[in-house]
Design a protein around this ligand. Structure first.
Ligand code: KG4
Ligand code: ZN
Length: 338
């Protein structure tokens, strides 16, 4: 890195469009100045994200969302040094909208383009806070599509040391919520009902999976079989206890593997990330486990847990420092290394 480069202020405009949230963020010298998110409520009526509808909604949202992010940050396009976007993984139609928009901006402004891996960005959302973890740290990344334990040695050196062999934790929340008659996405609703339920009311299967890997498909089946044995109005009368018991089981599975990861690596700085890290049961369990075992724990602010462009911006900032740019012909599906 040359001296001229170090002295320069670095402003990045980042775009996230991997699933059903259109988001844009401005980050200057590693500080998030804006993070604007447009949620797509249209999917609720279908019980899950409809890819075609998600792409169309991104097309409608992307210009106003980027505009809002720039104006909230009080930032002129002429001061932006690089455009970042979510390169992978995600729904291809959704990714394409963000990718094409980002490429057009980079081309017209004649500035570098930065492709970001969505899961790396979830982990690095933990760096947004002032009291960020130092390296190395462990991160449990739990979202709608992924469940991973990541060993972070530096911002750009992350290793997945454990992951789900079937469903993701967010999927487990959403699929069991569906069985309980709750709308999509059911995770936040389970969280809400669980607050006034008894977590010990019902017991559901916890899988015995080797190493640091996870499995959640058995839990969904266990809940399904349990409900099939009950009377038709059982859910109505026991919704809060059912939600609390399901949440307790999922959180237990996650925390057990985190403990094992700390034992194996000796690393005691532990973070969580991804949409499910917004779950109050998981947040509380991490804090309690940390206090009990002498870990330093880190939890992103709510707005940086579910999909957002601020996490893309902070990751892009570190990539900019290492001059990790991509060509305009890069594919949005290319699996960025992380
Ligand atoms: O990270 P994210 O926004 O999108 C993906 O990259 O997948 O995660 C979405 C997932 C959904 O499964 C949603 O139900 C879950 O995060 N989620 C929650 C909560 N908030 C979001 N799950 C449990 N409790 C919550 N409070
Ligand atoms: Zn995500």
């Amino acid at each position: 890195m040359n001296a001229e480069f170090i002295n320069q202020s670095i402003s990045i405009l980042a775009i996230e469009s991997s699933c059903d949230e259109t988001s844009a963020s401005v980050c200057v010298d590693g500080k998030i100045l804006s993070n604007f998110i447009a949620n797509q409520t249209i999917h609720e009526q279908y019980g899950g994200v409809v890819p075609e509808l998600a792409s169309r909604a991104h097309m409608q949202n992307i210009v106003p969302v980027v505009h809002q992010a720039l104006s909230t940050a009080n930032c002129q396009l002429s001061t932006i040094n690089a455009i970042a976007f979510t390169q992978a993984p995600g729904l291809i139609g959704s990714l394409l909208v963000g990718a094409q928009f980002a490429k057009s901006m980079a081309l017209s402004l004649n500035i570098p383009l930065i492709g970001v891996h969505h899961m790396q960005a979830h982990v690095l959302a933990n760096l947004i806070k002032e009291s960020a973890p130092s390296f190395p740290f462990l991160c449990l990344t739990v979202s709608g599509g992924h469940t991973q334990i990541v060993l972070a040695r530096s911002p750009l050196d992350l290793e997945v040391i454990g992951e789900t062999i079937d469903d993701a934790a967010g999927e487990a929340f959403d699929k069991t919520a569906k069985l309980l008659g709750l709308p999509y996405p059911g995770g936040p609703l389970i969280d809400q009902y669980a607050r006034t339920g008894n977590p010990q009311a019902f017991r559901f299967a916890e899988p015995q999976i080797p190493e640091l890997n996870f499995s959640f498909s058995g839990l969904k089946t266990s809940v399904l079989y349990f409900l099939q044995r009950q009377s038709p109005d059982f859910i109505q009368h026991h919704l809060h206890d059912l939600c609390a018991s399901v949440q307790y089981t999922i959180v237990n599975i996650l925390i057990k593997k985190l403990k094992k990861a700390v034992q194996q690596t000796g690393i005691r700085q532990v973070c969580i990330a991804g949409g499910v890290s917004a779950n109050s049961g998981l947040r509380n369990a991490l804090k309690e486990t940390g206090q009990k075992h002498g870990w330093q724990t880190f939890i992103p602010a709510f707005e940086y847990c579910t999909d957002n462009a601020a996490m893309i911006a902070i990751t892009a900032y570190h990539k900019y420092l290492h001059q990790e740019f991509i060509d305009l012909d890069a594919s949005p599906t290319a699996r960025a290394i992380y």
